[in-house]
Design a protein around this ligand. Structure first.
Ligand SMILES: CC(C)(COP(=O)(O)OP(=O)(O)OC[C@H]1O[C@@H](n2cnc3c(N)ncnc32)[C@H](O)[C@@H]1OP(=O)(O)O)[C@@H](O)C(=O)NCCC(=O)NCCS
Length: 332
């Protein structure tokens, strides 16, 4: 049974339910150029612990959605999924639903004092003035036919092999962190943040920022990630997180792969990229690969991925912005 949370600006606000799926999809056409994660995630959002998803209706019609996940031991809400139906855009509806969501979250989770979000566009300093810009990460976006994906990875492997040979020096290897206790020890190591230069001391996994604290391990554990670190010693200087491919709406059905990299060693980044891409399976149609990294790695990885093999860079340099604002008592 849908629960009404209140009214404002001619809109009514409700906790989203499974039954709202089709209406949410109807307002989501073409979002993120067909790379929208919500069609795939919506159902799991409905049952995810400490997540609140709110929809707005005007005259019964669904017109907007926003979601928030309470993390960092209950002190932070990460807001995601914001969207407004095309006919209502440009009239402040996004602001109204954001304020309602903030207020509701503050009411249900009074210990939340910080709001965090990531976004892929930069509206300029004036619009960002209500936030602290915690970090900017570079994004390399590739796209190609799933059929040629294996050849692309083979070509990268060959290129990496010949680079290694010509260089001659012994390169640190990568290890998959399979053991939960090992992963926990690495993530909770107080030196991790400075060694990997984590953005504002956080890990951003497929656009979701989380502090490396014990309570977030369970959140990360839900995501079926592959963690890679350099195995030179117990204090890694490089880490990558691979989010398994998931379907996105582009062209009636495509796939999206996300890799988040931390640390500035280009050789490790290339090696991690190959290891991660070798894991990709069961894809068809078009595949998008988004790699998020420190700015210093971008050009090196771009040229590494350039050339043969079927996957092409389909967007110029772009950035993931990591933003924060305070959550006041009233939610504003
Ligand atoms: C981005 C989108 C939600 C904006 O909705 P809108 O109602 O047209 O927004 P408006 O331009 O009227 O701006 C209203 C408020 O929303 C805020 N806003 C706009 N875009 C935003 C964004 N991407 N992230 C966070 N806040 C945003 C504005 O700062 C403004 O806030 P204020 O009222 O507190 O000053 C809408 O264009 C949309 O659904 N786009 C497709 C989905 C998308 O790109 N979502 C972005 C997720 S990061």
């Amino acid at each position: 049974m849908a629960q009404c949370l209140g009214e404002s600006d001619g809109l009514t606000f409700w906790l989203a339910t499974m039954q709202d799926y089709d209406e949410v999809m109807a307002i989501s056409e073409d979002i993120y150029g067909g790379n929208d994660y919500l069609p795939h995630r919506y159902h799991s959002w409905m049952t995810e612990p400490d997540r609140v998803t709110i929809i707005a209706r005007r005259d019964g019609q669904l017109v907007a959605l926003e979601s928030g996940l309470v993390v960092d031991g209950g002190t932070t809400v990460v807001v995601e999924g914001l969207r407004v139906c095309p006919s209502e855009r440009g009239h402040g509806v996004a602001g109204v639903i954001q304020r309602m969501t903030d207020r509701y979250i503050k009411q249900v989770y009074p210990n939340v004092n910080t709001k965090r979000l990531t976004r892929g566009d930069d509206p300029g300093p004036e619009k960002l003035s209500k936030f602290i810009v915690l970090a900017r990460r570079a994004v390399l976006s590739l796209c190609g036919e799933a059929e040629s994906f294996k050849n692309f990875v083979l070509a990268l492997k060959a290129k990496f092999g010949s680079l290694e040979k010509s260089d001659g020096s012994a390169k640190p290897q990568l290890t998959v962190l399979k053991d939960k206790h090992h992963l926990k020890a690495v993530l909770l190591d107080p030196g991790l943040s400075s060694r990997l230069q984590l953005p504002a001391g956080s890990i951003i996994q497929d656009w979701q920022p989380l502090k490396p604290v014990e309570s977030n391990l369970e959140v990360l554990n839900r995501r079926n990630l592959t963690w890679l670190v350099d195995s030179s010693n117990d204090t890694p200087i490089f880490m990558s997180l691979y989010t398994p491919p998931y379907p996105v709406p582009f062209n009636g059905g495509s796939w999206r792969v996300n890799i988040d990299m931390y640390g500035e060693d280009l050789s490790l980044a290339k090696n991690a990229l190959i290891t991660n891409l070798e894991q990709v399976s069961k894809i068809y149609g078009i595949v998008f690969v988004h790699i998020y990294m420190p700015q210093s790695l971008w050009e090196g990885l771009r040229t590494f991925c350039e050339g043969d093999g079927g996957m092409k860079q389909y967007r110029d340099y772009w950035e993931q912005l990591f933003l924060e604002s305070e959550m006041c008592r009233s939610g504003y």
